[in-house]
Design a protein around this ligand. Structure first.
Ligand code: ZN
Length: 514
């Protein structure tokens, strides 16, 4: 059953006699159910002829003659689908609307090609989405056919809206999705993380669009990134604007029948990014957080980022990554306690299915390094990443510092520091970061301090501060750019010898059992 309504009969005749394939005929007859599109090409062709020559008629072997006999043919041109012996049906004349997509690119061979491409790419996936990029001139040809079909319907005092026509992409999906599904053994869904994309082009008919640029100049503005101004969007916009008369003058009906089918420029597989989060400790005072490269020259042999991502990249087989963290520490600062939250975006990962045990093993591999340790390593959603940056300014951080004083000190010289609560300080952007941060004066709060006397020139200072406080500058004063500071309060010159981050108070990612 074709499910074509009787009222569309003249539209079907018109298109079929102009070089349009049976599947495109279904589309312009507004057949909104997948089954007829999935009929074998030859069967569909036969059914269509039966429909046009009144249901139930037995077709003679040479339908071309039959067609002319029944005077259904209104054009003088050759009837493209008329000769329907099996050889010709296997290699039908290329459709002037879909440029062969609903003919040649629905074949089992093409689906096999897709399957081999996916298989050799080596991805793990549970379902797939199949985006298709069509050449923009298809819209021009469709527009042309729509105007003609509209005219036919008007003769019966009926309307045919463009939106009533089944889109090529929709019909193509109906046919090819089940075929690919069967090959891959998974379902096609509209929101899959795994994408198998096909890009079609058809050079012979590229010029179809060009007249639009002379009629609707403002629709085609050159943009930096696009190779051609004739993007699908611009063409659709121009077709929306152009007057019917102008269109028909420049692009007479019927569109030419192409000699070749659309070419497949590319079949590309891609997996959406996977995000992995955790917390890291850094035990080295010679390890930067991210690769430290100045003028193309490495200053330190490794980094926290590299020690973590090397293992992840290997296991997830990703193309690239993006590392982010809740704040950062200087190269000579250790991060202790429960560590600093971090997240890594793995771009286009080929392996994505990991059990909790797999993640534990991976964490163990990373932890073979003596410079860093990670914990709570887990796969998280993109959305969850926001928790890491949320309220970064309001959070508190705890540090411990080894302070040196020029003036000899006794235990009693430190007591006043233990008593200071919610100390407000003003920090001008430190000299050491001025090259990458704008000059500004920021107010920060030192919530509490606790001291531990070491000897007459050294003491340990434990601080709980507002996030974003520059601790080194709070110790030595940065030439008076941080006020007050430890030196100014103790009326001596002070410096910081060692600094450790004791805790980063961000409750994310969730703690995991060991
Ligand atoms: Zn077609």
């Amino acid at each position: 059953m074709l499910l074509i309504e009787e009222k569309y009969k003249s539209v079907a005749e018109l298109l079929l006699s102009s070089g349009t394939c049976p599947r495109c005929v279904l589309r312009f007859c507004c057949v909104g159910s997948p089954a007829p599109y999935r009929l074998p090409y030859k069967d569909l062709e036969d059914e269509l002829w039966k429909f046009l020559t009144n249901d139930g008629d037995i077709l003679p072997p040479n339908k071309k003659v039959r067609f002319e006999d029944t005077e259904l043919c209104r054009s003088e041109t050759q009837i493209p689908m008329a000769v329907a012996d099996s050889d010709v049906a296997d290699a039908p004349q290329i459709c002037n609307l879909c440029l062969g997509i609903l003919q040649h690119h629905c074949s089992t061979e093409f689906v096999k090609k897709i399957f081999h491409k996916v298989q050799s790419a080596g991805y793990e996936f549970q379902d797939f989405v199949f985006p298709v990029s069509l050449p923009p001139q298809l819209s021009v040809r469709e527009h042309s056919a729509w105007l003609q079909a509209q005219q036919e319907m008007r003769k019966q005092d009926r309307l045919l809206e463009k939106a009533d026509i089944i889109q090529l992409k929709e019909a193509y999906k109906w046919i090819i999705h089940p075929m690919i599904s069967e090959e891959l053994g998974v379902q096609a869904v509209s929101k899959s993380l795994f994408e198998v994309g096909v890009v079609f082009c058809h050079q012979d008919t590229d010029e179809d669009c060009h007249f639009l640029a002379t009629v609707c100049k403002d629709c085609f503005k050159p943009t930096k990134n696009k190779q051609s101004v004739f993007t699908r969007m611009a063409v659709v916009k121009a077709l929306d604007k152009i007057k019917d008369n102008d269109f028909v003058t420049h692009f007479p009906w019927p569109p030419s029948s192409p000699k070749t089918t659309c070419q497949v420029v590319d079949i590309q597989c891609n997996h959406a990014s996977v995000f992995v989060a955790g917390r890291y400790n850094k035990y080295s005072r010679t390890l930067p957080q991210t690769p430290w490269v100045i003028d193309g020259e490495r200053k330190m042999e490794s980094s926290v980022e590299e020690l973590i991502t090397e293992q992840l990249m290997m296991v997830f087989k990703a193309d690239s990554f993006n590392f982010s963290s809740s704040g950062r520490e200087d190269v000579d600062v250790r991060t202790l306690g429960r560590g600093r939250p971090f997240a890594i975006e793995l771009v286009n990962p080929h392996r994505v299915q990991f059990t909790e045990q797999d993640m534990k093993d991976l964490q163990q591999k990373i932890n073979n390094s003596d410079k860093i340790k990670v914990r709570d390593l887990q796969v998280v959603s993109r959305e969850a990443l926001a928790h890491m940056k949320e309220g970064e300014e309001e959070k508190t951080k705890c540090y411990s510092a080894l302070i040196w004083t020029e003036k000899p000190i006794g235990k009693e010289d430190l007591e006043f520091l233990d008593d200071l609560k919610e100390l407000k300080i003003i920090q001008k952007t430190p000299l050491r970061v001025l090259h990458r941060r704008p000059l500004a004066a920021r107010s920060r709060v030192i919530h509490t301090m606790k001291t531990e006397y070491v000897d007459e020139h050294h003491f340990r200072l434990y601080l709980k501060t507002q996030a974003g406080t520059y601790i080194k500058e709070f110790a030595h004063g940065d030439f008076g750019r941080t006020v007050p500071n430890i030196g100014s309060m103790m009326q001596t010159t002070a410096d910081i010898l060692e600094l450790d981050v004791e805790s980063v108070d961000v409750d994310w990612p969730p703690a995991l059992e060991d």
